[in-house]
Design a protein around this ligand. Structure first.
Ligand SMILES: Cc1cc2nc3c(=O)[nH]c(=O)nc-3n(C[C@H](O)[C@H](O)[C@H](O)COP(=O)(O)OP(=O)(O)OC[C@H]3O[C@@H](n4cnc5c(N)ncnc54)[C@H](O)[C@@H]3O)c2cc1C
Length: 473
């Protein structure tokens, strides 16, 4: 059983964190107690902001001994609520921001958990290397959070998810001991790979304090295009063509529906229609090559043959860096552009790539039958089979009442979508994790034996369940 933190515990934790290592000031706490979509608001008796792994260890050791629950937090950009405390002590890694080492010869960067994803990309670039993981929240998302959610993003097609990019981890385990796994080996077959358990554990098995990450050569040439097409089926065929034509150089392949383009044009500043005609679907393609001119040539070849065979109806190839950025911004603004449209049922699902079109048509028919008038906006990493499938409230009637009615149907509507995902052999959380939002829902789809094993693993790490007790099984 977890106890509430008592006044003596609070005093002890303040002492362990040092005079500038804690806060209970409501103004300082406020931005850390609400996630960016405003769906979760939390509360905590105390914010702790340790500066070092040893300080984290001392804090966790005290919490384990006194059965005090902790919620680790990085940049607070998580989308499933796992970083928002509900009475737990909040442990922010925001002051652990040292880039410990950049080692180009090993193709490794070693950073502390509070370093932002953007800062890692910039440090790698300054050393003439490339760190590929990229997502729209990268200016705030931290390495501790990105590791703990096993984040994906837009370059998974070529470089994999965070799990594929971590060589070593340092973490404070739930008993307060330190896991010194900050190795930088590409090969290490010495038993269970414990760092892989911590990756994607959403803060339940340990507090990540540092990571050794893989670096890659900088690609000298990048080419970006937006294409218009008739149907998602065509995007899957185009993806296969793009992989072949570029020799594996496709870095991003992002599907956007026309509804998503319309919302970006209507609700966000500085966007223009990417193509002169309107198309039901769009794909943003980025190809990269180590050869000067190689990416542009591959993309031009692809677009020419796809236009000739009617696989696509139109294409805009970015001619400048600014044009490429504008095309990317249309993709990155897809979530934000929906916000003014009212209440949304959001889904972050994956199915085998070839089944994306079936998923889209089946799910859309099902939600439209269930709640006539809803507006579907689907977009995302189609190259990974990962679709952000959003179902917006209808527009026909009083906006506030419709929003409330739509929110009331969220659980049933999401179950309809997730059942179809399950039937197609997919996952109800492709890249955002389960957090507090989807843990109960996941029990419907995960094999009971797998859940039992996950519980046993957690018990072995954290017998008193002090770390993120409300998250995962
Ligand atoms: C606009 C936007 C776009 C996004 N796009 C993508 C995308 O394309 N792909 C994708 O995968 N995600 C995406 N996300 C989700 C989010 O950015 C990622 O989940 C990110 O990895 C979270 O990092 P964070 O530092 O903000 O973690 P937080 O939100 O602070 O925490 C997330 C989880 O990790 C745990 N945690 C945080 N730090 C630690 C630590 N040091 N040790 C142990 N546990 C910890 C928390 O307890 C929580 O469970 C997006 C989010 C936004 C707002």
């Amino acid at each position: 059983m977890l106890d509430d933190a008592l006044p003596d515990d609070i005093a002890a934790l303040k002492t362990l964190a040092g005079p500038d290592g804690w806060s209970d000031d409501p103004l300082r706490l406020a931005p850390k107690l609400e996630e960016w979509r405003g769906r979760w608001k939390g509360h905590t008796p105390l914010l702790l902001v340790p500066r070092s792994t040893d300080e984290v260890a001392a804090i966790v050791r005290h919490c384990a001994a006194h059965r005090i629950a902790l919620t680790p937090q990085g940049g607070n950009t998580g989308l499933v609520g796992g970083q928002i405390p509900d009475g737990e002590v909040l442990l922010s890694l925001e002051r652990m921001r040292t880039i410990r080492e950049v080692a180009p010869l090993d193709d490794v960067i070693v950073v502390e958990a509070g370093v932002t994803l953007l800062a890692v990309q910039e440090a790698a670039a300054a050393a003439g290397r490339f760190f590929p993981l990229s997502l729209a929240a990268e200016g705030s998302a931290t390495i501790g959070g990105v590791v703990s959610t096993n984040a994906g993003g837009t370059a998974v097609l070529r470089y994999g998810v965070m799990r594929d990019l971590v060589l070593g981890l340092e973490a404070v385990l739930p008993d307060g001991s330190i896991f010194h796994g900050l190795k930088r080996l590409r090969k290490d077959n010495t038993g269970y790979d414990l760092k892989q358990l911590l990756i994607g554990a959403e803060g339940t098995l340990g507090v990540v304090t540092a990571a050794a990450l893989k670096l890659f050569p900088v690609m000298r040439d990048r080419a970006v295009a937006m294409v218009g097409l008739q149907a998602p089926e065509d995007s899957i065929r185009l993806l296969a063509e793009a992989k072949t034509q570029s020799g594996g150089g496709v870095e991003a392949f992002e599907l956007i529906s026309r509804a998503g383009i319309d919302f970006a044009l209507k609700n966000m500043a500085d966007h223009r229609d990417p193509l002169s005609d309107i198309h039901p679907w769009y794909v943003l393609i980025e190809i990269a090559s180590s050869e000067p001119g190689g990416a542009g040539a591959a993309l031009e070849r692809l677009l020419t043959s796809a236009l000739e065979t009617d696989l696509i109806q139109d294409a805009a190839l970015a001619q400048t860096e600014a044009q490429a950025k504008a095309l990317w911004k249309l993709r990155e603004d897809q979530s934000a552009a929906q916000k003014p449209e009212g209440v949304t049922w959001k889904h972050d699902v994956s199915v085998p790539v070839s089944r994306v079109p079936t998923f889209l048509s089946r799910a859309t028919a099902a939600v439209e039958a269930f709640s006539p008038g809803v507006r579907v906006v689907a977009f995302g990493h189609v190259g990974d089979g990962n679709i952000h499938y959003d179902v917006l409230q209808s527009l026909n009637g009083d906006r506030g009442a419709l929003g409330a009615a739509h929110a009331a149907l969220r659980d049933q509507g999401s179950q309809i979508v997730h059942d179809i995902v399950g039937e197609l052999g997919g996952s109800i959380s492709a890249e955002h994790g389960l957090g507090v939002m989807k843990t109960a829902e996941a029990l419907r789809y995960k094999q009971p034996e797998a859940v039992a094993l996950m519980r046993a693993v957690r018990l072995a790490f954290d017998p008193h369940r002090i770390l993120n007790p409300r998250v995962l099984f």
